[in-house]
Design a protein around this ligand. Structure first.
Ligand code: ARG
Length: 462
């Protein structure tokens, strides 16, 4: 193509180097914002018409032309051209090709700098809405699971050593809290995403009598970016999104790690459905938890994207710089990764089968009620440190004889402390132990059920 065909070709005498053309183009990845680009242009044109810069006929021609282009793109007929550099110039050139002169007026009072910032914000707003919807769906799945497993006893861990009995429902509700914060965070980020850069033009604003409030309203933005230099150069919102996304991945990864451990025959706490696992080409016995492993693995790339964007923005002088074109691939991959991982979890978790008997046995094996015995002795008048010491000796004896605390008879227990009475068995059993955690946020089945009810209400109000 000759330089005159480029939308900015006027001042150039020499054609762009072929490699430079490919090197600087972004159409390969920014074409995914075609819908937002058209949406932004429709609003810009409507605003220009409202303030008298475009005639009614021109605005109508632009609108119809853009709608046809949208259809062309969605039916796969649109030809993306590398020499037209990016999504913006591809669509604009096609518009002018279709409708002639009116198409050339669309870019009045606008620059690709405020255009791209607008497109990215619209894209991210849409992506956030999808992700928050996915988080809601996943939280529903977790609530269902928590309700169903409110009485399932399992070992709770610290240092990955059996600590105290908890219910599986309670454990699942801990996961739920992570995702709840994630959804809250995304909705906060959305507020700062949802501001209009258009009107900033290249950097200094424009001499046309634009109505930015109108454009904002047409695009559903909550407000208008205050400063034109900041409007075209700010990418904080993208960084904030990647930070929120990193936390989502960190949560997914922690849960994934538990699923990997729990589905291993060494734990045997859960069974993952075959369709979410794969086999080994050499070891016939293997059933590998690929989905959680991959979710765990994908966490790294999202953390990386956060670092990419922070580094991208570091030391950029005001206002727009071509560097900013590099914001898209990390951002898009973050969106894709988050959406994929949340979908995998929402699909898989309803089909995870808790192995209740195994969970119970594991809780019985690790002296999980030792703290309860100490608390019981405190109730009988011992100081906590003395009680701790007594129970330590009981446990040592159990370890030596390879029996569990819950298997000891009253006579055996009394050898360690004469204060121990018949009522000890109400706290030494797993059910006794969890039933005692009877407070807001506790693991007792009745508390888990109450927490599920509250969580449903919080979710509805989110
Ligand atoms: N493709 C560019 C980007 O993604 C659009 C803005 C280009 N602006 C410019 N002055 N070269 O950032």
């Amino acid at each position: 193509m000759s330089q005159q065909d480029k939308l900015w070709g006027g001042r150039f005498q020499e054609a762009t180097d072929r490699f430079v053309e490919a090197f600087t183009a972004s159409v390969g990845f920014d074409q995914r914002m075609y819908r937002q680009d058209i949406q932004g242009s429709l609003a810009h044109a409507a605003m220009l018409q409202a303030v008298g810069v475009l005639s009614v006929a021109e605005e109508q021609a632009i609108r119809e032309g853009l709608e046809q282009i949208l259809a062309e793109i969605e039916t796969g007929q649109f030809v993306w051209r590398l020499d037209l550099e990016d999504v913006h110039m591809n669509i604009e050139a096609r518009l002018t090709g279709r409708i002639g002169n009116a198409g050339k007026k669309l870019h009045t009072g606008r620059s690709r700098n405020d255009q791209v910032a607008t497109d990215v914000r619209l894209y991210l707003r849409d992506a956030i809405d999808v992700i928050v919807g996915q988080l809601r769906q996943l939280m529903q799945v977790l609530l269902q699971l928590a309700q169903q497993e409110a009485e399932t006893v399992m070992p709770g861990f610290t240092h990955l050593q059996v600590a105290q009995p908890v219910t599986l429902g309670h454990h699942v509700l801990a996961w739920l809290e992570m995702f709840f914060r994630d959804a809250e965070r995304l909705l906060e980020v959305r507020r700062r995403v949802n501001r209009l850069p258009l009107g900033a033009a290249a950097l200094a604003g424009t001499s046309y009598p634009i109505d930015r409030a109108l454009t904002a309203k047409l695009l559903g933005f909550d407000s208008v970016c205050e400063n034109s230099l900041d409007a075209v150069s700010d990418r904080d919102f993208a960084i904030e999104f990647c930070a929120a996304a990193s936390l989502i991945m960190m949560h997914c990864s922690r849960i994934a790690e538990e699923l990997v451990l729990w589905s291993s025959p060494m734990f045997g706490f859960i069974d993952l459905p075959d369709r979410f696992c794969t086999g080994s080409s050499i070891m016939p016995q293997k059933k590998n938890p690929d989905v959680p492993e991959l979710v765990r693995g994908k966490t790294g790339r999202v953390y990386g994207h956060l670092m990419s964007l922070l580094t991208l923005m570091k030391a950029q002088p005001l206002a727009y710089n071509k560097d900013n074109q590099e914001d898209k691939e990390p951002l898009f991959d973050t969106v894709d990764t988050i959406q994929g991982c949340l979908r995998a979890f929402a699909d898989m978790l309803p089909h995870v089968q808790p192995q209740r008997q195994r969970l119970r046995e594991a809780a019985l094996k690790g002296f999980a009620t030792a703290t309860d015995l100490a608390d019981y002795l405190v109730g009988k008048g011992l100081a906590f440190r003395d009680a701790h010491e007594v129970v330590g000796r009981v446990v040592q004896d159990c370890v030596r004889r390879e029996v569990d605390l819950t298997a000891l008879t009253l006579a055996e227990l009394q050898q360690f402390c004469v204060e121990i009475q018949d009522d000890v068995f109400a706290v030494l059993t797993l059910e006794g132990s969890i039933a005692l955690r009877q407070h807001y946020g506790g693991t007792a089945p009745s508390q888990v059920r109450a927490a599920v009810v509250r969580a449903r209400e919080r979710l509805a109000a989110l």
